[in-house]
Design a protein around this ligand. Structure first.
Ligand code: ATR
Length: 277
C-alpha cells in the first residue's frame, strides 16, 4: 500500500528499463512488510535529478551506468573503498532537520566478495581476475580489501597493465596464462553475454587450473564459461549471485534490516526469465 508514510527508493541509470533491481528490492520490502517502494528512473540531467532525489526525501538510491563516476562530485561524502574504486553504486540519504546529507557507497565489491565466499573465503587466496573495465575495478579492489592476492589479465594489454599498476598487482599477458594456477578465476568482462553466448574470456583448456570459477555475466545465467567449468569439475558461481549480494548490502544500508536472500534471488530469477520471455 502506498500512503503518506511510504519510503522512497530507486535506481538511476540510462538505460534503466531492463534493470533487475526493482524486482529484487520491491520483493524484499514486501517480504519484510516495510512500507517502501523502489522505482527505476532515467535522469535527463544528473545534477538536477540528484537534487530532486535529495529534496523529495528519497532514503536510498542505486546508481548504475553511466552515472557511477559522475555522481561522486555531487556527494557530501564517499566511503573509502568506493573512493579507491572510483565509482559509487549506492546513495544513502540522511535527513537531520532541514538538511539532508548524502553518502556514496559501493556494494559491487561486497557483492562479489560475498558471492565468492559462498564457495571459498577470498582471504589469503590467489585469484585470477579477467578484465580491466569498471566491473574489474570494483571486483579487484574488493578482493584486495578481503586480503586476496590478485593476478590480472585482459584482452587489451595496455588497459590491463594500467589497472594492474593501480591495484599494485601483477599483470599476466595472454601468452603466460597457461602457466597460471590460482584458487579461483573471476570473469568481469562481457564475454559470453547474450547475444554472443559462445564467446569465452579464457581458453577452455585452462579452466582445470582454477577450482572455483565465478562469472559476473548473468544473461544467460549459465554462461559458456560456467558450463565448461562445471564440465571440468570446477565449482561455478553465477552472475546473479553477485547481483543478489550487492543488492542485499544496499538493502541493509538503507533499512537496517538483514536482507531476505532467498526472496531476493527468487525475484531476480523471475525478473530475468521475464526479460527473456
Ligand atoms: P565494464 O565497465 O562493464 O567493466 P568496460 O569498461 O567496457 O565495461 O570493460 C569491458 C571489459 O571486458 C574490458 O576488459 C574488455 O576488454 P578490452 O579492454 O580488451 O576491451 C573486456 N571484454 C569485452 N568483451 C570481451 C571479449 N569478447 N573477450 C575478452 N574480453 C572482453
Amino acid at each position: 500500500m502506498i500512503n503518506g508514510h511510504t519510503q522512497l527508493f530507486g535506481i538511476i541509470g540510462d538505460p534503466v528499463e531492463h534493470s533487475l533491481s526493482p524486482a529484487m528490492h520491491n520483493a524484499a520490502l514486501a517480504h519484510l512488510g516495510l512500507n517502501g517502494v523502489y522505482v527505476p528512473m532515467r535522469p535527463t540531467d544528473l545534477t538536477t535529478a540528484f537534487h530532486g532525489l535529495r529534496s523529495l526525501g528519497f532514503i536510498g538510491v542505486s546508481v548504475t551506468v553511466p552515472f557511477k563516476v559522475a555522481i561522486m562530485d555531487l556527494l557530501d561524502a564517499v566511503d573509502p573503498v568506493a573512493s579507491k574504486i572510483g565509482a559509487v553504486n549506492t546513495l544513502v540519504f540522511e535527513r537531520t532537520g532541514a538538511s539532508t546529507r548524502c553518502t556514496g557507497h559501493n556494494t559491487d565489491w561486497l557483492g562479489s566478495n560475498r558471492a565468492l565466499a559462498e564457495v571459498i573465503d577470498p582471504a589469503g587466496r590467489t585469484i585470477l581476475l579477467i578484465g580491466a573495465g569498471g566491473a574489474a575495478r570494483a571486483v579487484g579492489f574488493g578482493l584486495l580489501e578481503a586480503g586476496a592476492s590478485v593476478l590480472l589479465t585482459n584482452r587489451t594489454e595496455a588497459k590491463g597493465r594500467k589497472l594492474a599498476d593501480q591495484m599494485g598487482c601483477p599483470f599476466v599477458p595472454a601468452t603466460e596464462l597457461p602457466q597460471v594456477r590460482a584458487d579461483a578465476l573471476i570473469n568481469t568482462t562481457s564475454a559470453g553475454m547474450t547475444p554472443r553466448i559462445d564467446d569465452m574470456p579464457i581458453a577452455p583448456e585452462l579452466l582445470p587450473h582454477f577450482p572455483v570459477i565465478m562469472d559476473i555475466v548473468y544473461a544467460p545465467l549459465e554462461t559458456r564459461l560456467l558450463r565448461e567449468a562445471i564440465a571440468c569439475g570446477c565449482r561455478a558461481i553465477d552472475g546473479l549471485t553477485m547481483l543478489q549480494h550487492q543488492g542485499a548490502a544496499q538493502f541493509t544500508l538503507w533499512t537496517g534490516n538483514e536482507a531476505p536472500h532467498p526472496v531476493m534471488r527468487q525475484a531476480l530469477l523471475a525478473a530475468l526469465n521475464g526479460l527473456h520471455s
